[in-house]
Design a protein around this ligand. Structure first.
Ligand code: ASP
Ligand code: MG
Length: 426
């Protein structure tokens, strides 16, 4: 018998019929002897619907007072789905109870619409579990120090589930979703992409931060910090499939770097079309320029990703970096207005038709030459690399957006991802 947390996404909770299926699946696990805690998302489309209503009334986004009401509003989506799931479980003859985040309570800071969990009081949940109940805890929300309802940012139910699992020291947190696991890359780009049986938490973090939107990135950070074993699996299997089979399906996000995992040098190819490149040309090369350029950008709340400073020539250098595509124009304007005159730089140029392609794998730690193999593969395809950044388990390149799919496919082949031992076919 183990304590297990299930998380169901909006699609899985999308209709009363689907909620009934979730209830039956959870009942199956409970009847197999497990203590069950379930964290549901709102029914699909509900959060958008609610926030859309708010937008009709107040299209602009004022400060804290408005944020507070948005959270008061959006949190009801998960309250409704949680209560419906409890009702469905009761209809299946189960003893079930649901709690909103504030009833635990799940305490958060007061950053409305993107609050962070600070602590979870699990006493109530534990008592119910001891009494044999299935406990449902709303995803996506908590309560701040002043008793106001908060929400955790879009996709935040993943983080709720992992946090609840961490607080309860659950044996595993199963994230039921509309994909059946984590893939070597997006199967829409590479049809040969394969589902990974396991992926390390560190690799998952890199992939989640690079646009593999299977999990909210904060949930992966949380799982890493508190060592919560996570599994991503499909909610579209029949609810009555064999429990052992279900428990071993999907992708396990793990902490142990076992032998099998070390075999693959590269575990996945991530890509991201959301970036744009900006270069400040002819900057006098002296101490403090990076701080001055990036300081101005940071002050405008713009996040910077890949950064390059060139070798200087005649005391001048070029300085390039990438930002989110939505911030592209704002960054250009800001550099032209503030930074160029202050630094005496020559010009600012940019390109918003770039993309970032990355190879990710903990195997890269112990294998040399992985990055050069990547560069050679791209050069064989005639793809020019504009920028490079590396970490211990990742190498990213910035290239022209029109070569993105070609690059991803070529790299997927180069690193044998269509036939690695630790994956199974899609
Ligand atoms: N319902 C919220 C959203 O749509 C939270 C979640 O589903 O994880 O973002
Ligand atoms: Mg989600």
């Amino acid at each position: 018998m183990a304590l297990i947390v299930h998380k169901y996404g909006g699609t899985s909770m999308g209709s009363t019929e689907r909620i009934r299926n979730v209830a039956r699946r959870v009942a199956k696990w409970h009847k197999a002897g497990h203590q069950m805690v379930v964290v549901p998302s709102a029914m699909s489309g509900e959060t958008n619907r609610l926030l859309g209503l708010a937008k009709e009334l107040a299209p602009a986004k004022p400060g804290k007072a408005h944020g507070r009401e948005l959270d008061m509003l959006a949190s009801t989506g998960e309250q409704a789905s949680s209560a419906l799931l409890a009702i469905a479980l009761q209809a299946e003859g189960m003893d079930a109870v649901s709690y909103a985040g504030w009833q635990g309570p799940i305490k958060t800071n007061d950053a409305y619409t993107k609050a962070r969990i600070e602590s979870i009081d699990d006493a109530r949940v534990r008592a119910d579990l001891e009494a044999g109940k299935v406990v449902i805890v709303t995803g996506f929300q908590g309560i701040d120090g002043d008793g106001n309802i908060t929400t955790l940012g879009r996709g935040g139910s993943d983080t709720s589930a992992v946090a609840v699992a961490a607080a309860l020291k659950a044996a595993e947190c199963l994230i039921y979703t509309d994909v059946d696991g984590v893939y070597t890359t997006d199967p829409r780009v590479v049809p040969e992409a394969r589902r990974l049986l396991r992926v390390s938490f560190e690799e998952m973090l890199e992939m989640a931060s690079m646009g593999s939107k299977v999990l909210q990135i904060r949930s992966v950070e949380f799982a890493g910090k508190y060592q919560v074993p996570l599994r991503v699996l499909s909610s579209f299997t029949p609810w009555d499939i064999d429990l052992a089979e279900e428990a071993a399906s999907g992708t396990l996000i793990t902490f142990e770097e076992d032998e099998q995992m070390e075999q693959a040098v590269v575990s996945g190819i991530a890509f991201n079309r959301d970036e744009a490149k900006v270069s400040v040309l002819g900057v006098p090369d002296k101490p403090g320029i990076a701080a001055q350029i990036l300081g101005a950008v940071a002050d405008a709340n713009i996040e910077v990703d890949v950064i390059i400073q060139n070798l200087s020539k005649d005391g001048k250098t070029d300085f390039s970096f990438t930002v989110h595509r939505n911030d592209y124009q704002k960054t250009l304007d800001l550099l032209k207005a503030q930074v160029v005159p202050a630094l005496g730089a020559a010009d600012v140029v940019g390109d918003n038709r770039i993309c970032k392609v990355s190879i990710v794998g903990i195997g890269m730690r112990s294998h040399v030459g992985v990055a050069s193999r990547m560069f050679r593969c791209l050069s064989n395809e005639g793809i020019n690399i504009q920028m490079i950044s590396t970490s211990e388990i990742k190498t990213s390149v910035v290239i022209d957006e029109k070569y993105m799919e070609l690059a991803v496919r070529a790299l997927h082949r180069e690193f044998d991802l269509d036939r690695t031992a630790d994956t199974i076919s899609a």
